[in-house]
Write a protein that binds this ligand. Structure first.
Ligand code: PXP
Length: 235
């Protein structure tokens, strides 16, 4: 059965909107795990727009499943990962001006192989977030990555059934190549309650990392009760 990694960055985004104590991603991780999450995924961005160093430190202590740290392949982030020791690091590209991660990581980046090896030497599993492209998957294997996370954003943005099918086929092939290379294959970005069914026939995807759609749904699943509770409190 595929594993579910729940990305809880948006919880921190709400907290940072007021720079207060709530909602706390630590509590979010606890609830997600209690309800079946197999992994907690967080992205420590260079500008610390949502997750903070404190979140990573405490989550390392409290997460009972697996902690997957998404981060840019920079010296600062490698040092943080080595100090905190998440179960897995997923290397992602990062641009300050982007709203979210836009494309897969460029595996030709100078110094990338060294950083992968440095993390592996520290006994951290290393995944790379890449476009679902056969050659890129092979290159990830060559660089020594343990895992790949295939970027499903192109699929999620596809508008017509023809384009969606094309993207699903591309992902399917990339999954196949990844498995053949002995890589752990994950997928993520833009997966929702409405499009997840397209992956039903790609059995070899071992893990999905999903954030935006789960947190969006959580707002509405919980809003009614939150209003009732405040109404009771003020009366
Ligand atoms: N995987 C990676 C590498 C990501 O950068 C993100 C977004 O932070 C996700 C998965 C989750 O994407 P979404 O929030 O669209 O579900």
């Amino acid at each position: 059965m595929a594993k579910l990694g729940v990305n809880i960055d948006h919880i921190a985004t709400i907290r940072q909107a007021r720079k207060t104590f709530e909602p706390d991603p630590v509590e979010a991780a606890f609830i997600a795990e209690k309800h079946g999450a197999d992994q907690i995924t967080i992205h420590l961005r260079e500008d610390r727009r949502h997750m903070q160093d404190r979140d990573l430190r405490i989550l390392r202590e409290t997460v009972q499943t697996k902690l997957n740290l998404e981060m840019a392949p920079t010296e600062e982030m490698v040092a943080i990962a080595k100090a905190v020791h998440p179960d897995m690091v997923t290397l992602v590209p990062e641009k300050r001006e982007e709203v979210t991660t836009e494309g897969g990581l460029n595996l030709e980046l100078k110094g990338l192989e060294e950083k992968i090896q440095e993390l592996k030497k520290a006994e951290i599993l290393v995944s790379v977030f890449i476009d679902p492209d056969n050659e890129v998957v092979k290159m990830a294997h060559k660089l020594g990555a343990d895992a790949v996370e295939l970027h499903t954003g192109y699929f999620a943005n596809a508008k017509t059934e023809v384009d969606i099918d094309k993207e699903v086929e591309r992902i399917k092939e990339a999954v196949h190549v990844g498995k053949k290379q002995g890589l752990y294959v994950a997928a993520g970005h833009g997966i929702t309650y409405f499009n997840a069914h397209y992956f039903a026939n790609i059995k070899d995807i071992e893990e999905y990392n999903i954030g935006h759609s789960i947190i969006s749904r959580a707002v509405f699943v919980g809003l009614g009760r939150a209003v009732q509770e405040m109404k009771a409190l003020i009366s």
